[in-house]
Design a protein around this ligand. Structure first.
Ligand code: ADP
Ligand code: ZN
Length: 215
């Protein structure tokens, strides 16, 4: 499959993307994961991206397009890809359209994971992350808490609120989403590629996507 996953932060794009890779071997391409790995490594890309990410701002389009132009031409993309967290702005979506045209690749669809705002807010504010850079296990203080001491069950390191998971950064991420990313829904609708899915359960969402792919 060759699809784009749209949805607010906390909508579950990452989880759905992972489940879809198990289905047909398409690769998950998450610009968030690529950027976090670069920050962890401390390379040029990471240095440039870190401050934007910590504030919950978007990384500049030019940087993202440089990453994606290279990534989409790697061999593992031939059998299919699931774009998770990209495109995030209209200019990125336009640049992607041109890039795919040039590479003679056709998207199957753009799937919007539609999740009610209160659910999104609850998910984002209860998320916690293991502070060990080699672990980064994800917890949720309500549904999947760390140990009573607040440490990671896998590696024992303290579990913390990531810089971009503070209330201030979360509000900023949601505002940025509404302003810059939500317009992509009508962009892909006009392209005739949009599928909207009311998404509260990742497994059910995946089944719906499979049905669309089948025809
Ligand atoms: P979330 O969807 O939970 O906000 P991501 O893992 O997709 O998180 O992205 C984390 C951060 O990385 C974003 O807040 C943003 O700063 C940056 N980022 C990821 N993808 C993009 C993109 N396509 N364009 C610009 N910035 C991006
Ligand atoms: Zn850990």
């Amino acid at each position: 499959m060759k699809i784009v996953l749209l949805g607010a932060p906390g909508a579950g794009k990452g989880t759905v993307a992972k489940l879809l890779t198990d289905y047909d071997g398409s690769v998950q391409i998450s610009t968030g994961d690529i950027l976090r790995a670069a920050v962890k490594e401390g390379n040029e890309l990471g240095k440039e991206a870190k401050a934007y990410m910590d504030r919950g701002d978007l990384v500049p389009d030019s940087l993202i397009m440089k990453i994606m132009e290279a990534r989409l031409q790697e061999d593992d993309c031939q059998s299919g890809f699931i774009l998770d967290g990209f495109p995030r702005t209209i200019p990125q979506a336009e640049a992607l359209r041109e890039l795919l045209k040039r590479l003679d690749i056709r998207l199957d669809m753009a799937v919007n994971l539609d999740v009610p705002k209160d659910v999104i807010l609850d998910r984002l504010t209860t998320r916690r992350t293991c502070s060990n850079p080699d672990c980064q296990a994800i917890y949720n203080i309500k549904s999947n808490p760390p140990t009573a001491e607040g440490t990671c069950k896998k590696c024992g390191a303290p579990v913390i609120q990531r810089d971009d998971e503070t209330e201030k950064a979360i509000m900023n991420r949601l505002e940025t989403y509404n302003e810059k990313t939500a317009p992509l829904i009508s962009f892909y609708e006009k392209e005739g590629l949009l599928k909207n899915i009311l998404s509260l359960n990742s497994a059910e969402t995946v089944e719906e996507i499979k049905k669309y792919l089948a025809g």
